[in-house]
Design a protein around this ligand. Structure first.
Ligand code: GRF
Length: 262
């Protein structure tokens, strides 16, 4: 059993999706004992309560980063957490944290890294930049966090096509276009993050060092993902139940939005 600790700062939809994967039995041999959040009124707290997950508020404002991370590490340790998942976490991971959880911290980014990594930790700005740039394809990336913020080794990526209608909308109704793209990428974030967690729990992720061509002395780290056998087929079969539920939820959310705007 792998204990996964989640760190989240806000809305918590990725945390919720991970919890649903566990509740529905899609995630196997994965336990989620603890959520840590860093804003007292973060909505993610309510989600943790709904799923009866122990949650801790750790205030980044009242201490320096070293102290802040020490407190987080203490909580994670007392919950026997092996894998840490950042899900909409708006703090940068420091070197002590990285050393302790080397290649055991994952994050999700709402674009295909390395594109739009430099747009920071706020999803809205990432989608705005993708639309502004005029990319035809964007998506999401799950990666192992190192101290470089968004340059850690990539685990999984899921492409999402930018719609022509979003590009035209971007000129006149900027926020609507950003929202539309963000919603469509989010659907895949919710599926991809749990897949990466399951691959980790099944021991199918390996960090490999490859010499970097750019600088002789440096190495690049890449993640090899072992999909041998029928792992992916079985995963897709199990995840079907989550996808069906997700479809129903998104349909009713869209219906509500439609009602509101009429
Ligand atoms: C997601 O788009 C994620 O990729 C990014 O921040 C957003 C968090 O959303 N890092 P949520 O809090 O999980 O709903």
């Amino acid at each position: 059993m792998v204990n996964v600790g989640v760190l989240a700062s806000g809305r918590g939809s990725n945390f919720r999706a991970i919890m649903e994967h566990q509740r529905l039995g899609v995630l196997e041999n994965v336990n989620l004992p603890v959520l840590i959040y860093n804003y007292p009124d973060a909505p993610v707290k309510q989600i943790a309560e709904k799923y009866h997950v122990t949650n801790h508020f750790v205030d980044h404002k009242s201490r320096d980063r070293v102290e802040f991370e020490r407190q987080i590490m203490d909580i994670l340790e007392s919950s026997q957490v092996e894998l840490v998942c950042l899900a909409g976490w708006d703090r940068i991971v420091g070197s002590d944290f990285f050393r302790k959880y080397r290649w055991k911290v994952m994050n999700i980014h709402p674009a295909l890294l390395p594109s739009f990594g430099w747009k920071g930790l706020n999803a809205r700005f990432v989608h705005e930049a993708a639309l502004e740039y005029g990319v035809k394809i964007t998506g999401c990336t799950v990666y192992f966090v190192d101290v470089s913020v968004e340059k850690g080794p990539i685990i999984l990526q899921r492409p999402v096509q930018v719609l022509e209608s979003e590009r035209t909308m971007f000129d006149k109704k900027r926020e609507d276009a950003i929202q539309s793209l963000s919603d469509r990428v989010l659907i895949h974030e919710h599926r991809t993050y749990s897949k990466a967690i399951q691959l980790y729990a099944d021991g199918r992720l390996k960090i490999e060092e490859v010499p970097s061509r750019a600088e002789e002395t440096r190495v690049n780290r890449v993640v090899s993902v072992d999909l041998q056998g029928d792992w992916e087929k079985k995963w897709n079969q199990r995840q079907r139940i989550f996808i069906e539920q997700q479809k129903t939820e998104w349909a009713s959310r869209m219906a509500e939005t439609f009602e509101e705007s009429n």
